[in-house]
Design a binder for this molecule. Structure first.
Ligand SMILES: [Zn+2]
Length: 108
């Protein structure tokens, strides 16, 4: 299970913890997420932002089945909070984009 805490000040998202967690996963060669939760500073579950939904969905098509706690004790699947996914039926390779981007950045 991936636990992530969002850092929010004055209502503005500074850094989503999901991105740091995903970076650590990719360094270990892992991309599958079974469940995750974002939390506000008080520790209450909040829905992940759109950017994080998209990032996690791009890691693996299987991540669309990840369980997400969107409110305390309320669980949904990632695919249910990522409607009209642009990746659906596009024939793309799900694991290729992010790995390719990491290689590009390491080349600099
Ligand atoms: Zn986010």
């Amino acid at each position: 299970m991936l636990l992530a805490r969002n850092f929010i000040e004055s209502g503005e998202v500074i850094l989503c913890a999901e991105h740091a967690a995903v970076a650590e996963m990719l360094k270990q060669g892992e991309y599958r997420i079974k469940a995750f939760v974002a939390a506000d500073p008080q520790g209450n579950a909040v829905p992940p932002c759109g950017r994080c939904r998209e990032l996690i969905s791009q890691l693996s098509k299987e991540n669309l089945e990840a369980v997400v706690e969107v409110e305390n004790d309320m669980f949904v699947l990632l695919k249910d909070i990522l409607p009209y996914d642009w990746k659906t039926n596009r024939g793309r390779e799900w694991n290729g984009a992010i790995h390719a981007e990491i290689r590009t950045h390491s080349d600099y």
